[in-house]
Design a protein around this ligand. Structure first.
Ligand SMILES: [Zn+2]
Length: 376
């Protein structure tokens, strides 16, 4: 079995900076929520929203949400700019400042629209069902999650990237053969125009029902051999065959239920014991609800990443079983690591805490182990 080459200092440094950026961004978001709750600024923002919203409750909810979205964007803008510069510094970006600024604007608009719809829905439910709001809200959010998973590839992703059906006949034929062997059909394979912004390569399985599709970055289609692309397609098909998207939604549904239960508990305490807010429907308590969900996802992050790594190993195994030659899988992994400056051997705790994918060295070792076990 080949031993993975050690990661260069450059790769180590790039990944270390990215980790710190992620941690700083998380802490900044957390600090924002805590500060506006503790200082009472949230009540001040609520009053401002009421007075600018003609004392109308729905309009005030909308304005309050908008202010929160804008404040958090302004706070994180410095970090966003730093990570844009980081990608340029490591020659991973094809984006100019103008394009980046336009992307940030679009991101802000999408966030504002999604957040205001969700928050309006949430406080409508709290007002209509003060007793069991958290169960009703949970059901509502389950519906929204399914809808978003279905719409994402056709509505959300195209806001930021161009997609087109894959034209390459040879690759299409390979996918059909892979699919037939699996007794399944994926609706489509799309070329993802990633190169307008990045030099990195990537592929993914997205969508739900009739929007289910595999997307392949144009950077990958340009520089990888047909066998390597087939290995990556087989991995993505493995996600489809093992139903990883519905399983992920099911897991998220359970976590959201715990989240709403805890949110209700915290809200009851804040209103009845601590007298922080007059009523449950006082939307100045939104940062408290957000805080519960942020803390819950932080606590569960290692478990969710472990679940994701388990799925990735399953998809890898599916690829091993369905491609002609393991060496094309191994070479595609090596190419991806080089191109994306990914660490082949991150430290164990970094992988355990933060990585949604097994370390590349481990994926390659698994592939070689599989080939050895199935030789002849
Ligand atoms: Zn995967």
């Amino acid at each position: 079995m080949t031993v993975a080459p050690p990661d260069s200092p450059e790769v180590r440094r790039y990944n270390r900076i990215r980790r710190w950026l992620g941690i700083t961004e998380f802490l900044l978001g957390l600090a924002l929520l805590v500060v506006i709750l503790v200082t009472g600024w949230t009540s001040w923002l609520r009053d401002l929203a009421y007075s600018s919203g003609f004392q109308s409750y729905p309009l005030a909810v909308f304005l309050y949400t908008l202010m929160l979205v804008v404040i958090s964007k302004v706070l994180s803008l410095g970090l966003d700019y730093y990570s844009f510069r980081l990608e340029q510094r490591y020659q991973l970006s094809n984006q100019k400042l103008r394009g980046w600024a336009w992307d940030q604007t679009k991101e802000l608009l999408v966030e504002a629209v999604l957040a205001s719809v969700l928050v309006e829905l949430l406080y409508f439910i709290i007002r209509e069902f003060p007793e069991h709001w958290w169960v009703v809200a949970w059901l509502g959010f389950l519906g929204v999650t399914v809808l978003l998973a279905q719409l994402a590839p056709v509505v959300l992703f195209p806001i930021f990237y161009k997609f087109e059906p894959l034209q390459d006949e040879d690759l299409k034929l390979r996918l059909i053969r892979l699919g037939e062997r699996a007794g399944t059909r994926v609706r489509g394979v799309y070329k993802w125009h990633l190169s307008e912004k990045s030099k990195k390569a990537n592929a993914a399985l997205t969508g739900l029902g009739n929007t289910r599709r595999i997307i392949l970055a144009d950077t990958l289609l340009a520089d990888y051999s047909a066998d390597e692309i087939e290995a990556i397609l087989a991995h993505e098909l493995g996600h489809h065959v093992h139903r990883h998207i519905p399983k992920g939604i099911a897991l998220q549904t359970v976590i959201t239920l715990i989240g709403f239960w805890a949110a209700n508990w915290a809200l009851q305490y804040a209103v009845h014991r601590w007298h922080m807010f007059e009523t449950l429907s006082d939307f100045a308590n939104l940062p408290l609800l957000a805080l519960i969900f942020v803390l819950l996802s932080f606590v569960l992050m290692p478990a969710l990443n472990a679940f994701s790594r388990y799925n990735e190993r399953q998809a890898d195994r599916y690829a091993f079983e369905n491609i002609a030659n393991i060496s094309s899988f191994v070479s595609s992994m090596n190419k991806l690591a080089d191109q994306n400056l990914a660490e082949r051997t991150p430290s164990r705790w970094v992988e355990w805490l933060l990585h949604s994918h097994p370390a590349i060295a481990r994926r390659i070792a698994a592939a070689e182990g599989w080939a050895k076990a199935h030789a002849g």
